[in-house]
Ligand binder design. Sequence first.
Ligand SMILES: [Zn+2]
Length: 302
Amino acid sequence: MKTMLTIVAGLLISASAAAQRPADKPQACWVETSAATMDGAMGGAGLRDTKIWHSTISGVLVRDAKSDVLIDTGFGPNAEAQMNELPAPARAFGSQVVSGAKDRKSIVDALASVDEQPSQVTRILITHAHYDHLGGATQLAAPIYISPAEVTWMAVQTTHPTITPPSLIAAVKPRLKVLSYDSGPYLGFKKSKDIYGDGTIVVVPLPGHTPGSQGLFVKLGRRNVFLIGDAADTLEAAERGLPKSPAIRSNTDSEPELADTTTKQIADFHRAHPDIAIVPAHDRVAYTNVFGNPSTCVADFH
Ligand SMILES: [Zn+2]
C-alpha cells in the first residue's frame, strides 16, 4: 500500500512538472548551488558603488519543446580533494573558494528544485572550464560543449595544471564536444554559434578569463539575457567595464590584459544594448533581476 501511494505521489509530482513545461516557448530556470557574501572590493577594481558582493555559484537551465540545456554546473562532489592536484598558490586560492561557498548543494539537487531530472538534461554548455562551472558536469551524462580554444587550454591543464584539476578534465573528457563559431556576426560580436539556428541560445567568444571563455545569449520573450561567465564578477563591473579585483585577476585570469579588454567590450555592448540583461556568473543580484528567486523558471521578464 505504501509503495502504491509512493507511486501515485510520484506520478502526481511528474504530472505537475510536465504541466509547468512550455510547449515551445523557451523557459530559463535559475539553479543555484551556493551563495556567499563578500566585500565589494573583491568584486571589481577602482571606485565602486557595490559595497557588498552578493556572490553565487549557479547554473541556468534553458528548456523548451526541443531540449533541456544546462549552462554551467557548479562544483563537483570532489572539489575539495581536487585542489590538492594544483600547484601551491592555486591550491591555496582554490581551497579558499571551495570552503567559502556556503550552503552548498549538488547540481543534481539544484536541478531537482525546478523538477528537472539529471537524465532530462540533453546538453551542457559551459562558460569556461574552471572547477566551479565544470565540476557538476561529472554528476550528469549529457555532452559538454566548449570552444576550440578551451579544448586546447584544457589539454595543457592536464599536464601543467594552473587552475583546473587534471582528474576533473579526465572525468569529462569523453563527453566534450567542440563548438565552432560558424553562425556569423551577432550583435557586434564578430563570431557566434546559434545553437538551434532560431536565436534561442547564441554563444559568443569572451576570451581572457580563460582562452576559450564564452558568453551565452538566451532569448526570453521580449528580452535577451547575456550570461557572461566570469568576464566580470559583478553587474556593476560588467556594465562599467571595471577590471577584476587584483586578487581574483591574478589568481583566475589566464590572460589578464585580454580579460580587461573583453570586460570593456561588454561595457560598450551594454551602452549599445541597455535592454539586454547582463548576468555575470557570480553576481546574485544580476540573477535576481531576471529570475526573482533561485529555483524559479521564467519565460519572460521585465
Ligand atoms: Zn567562476
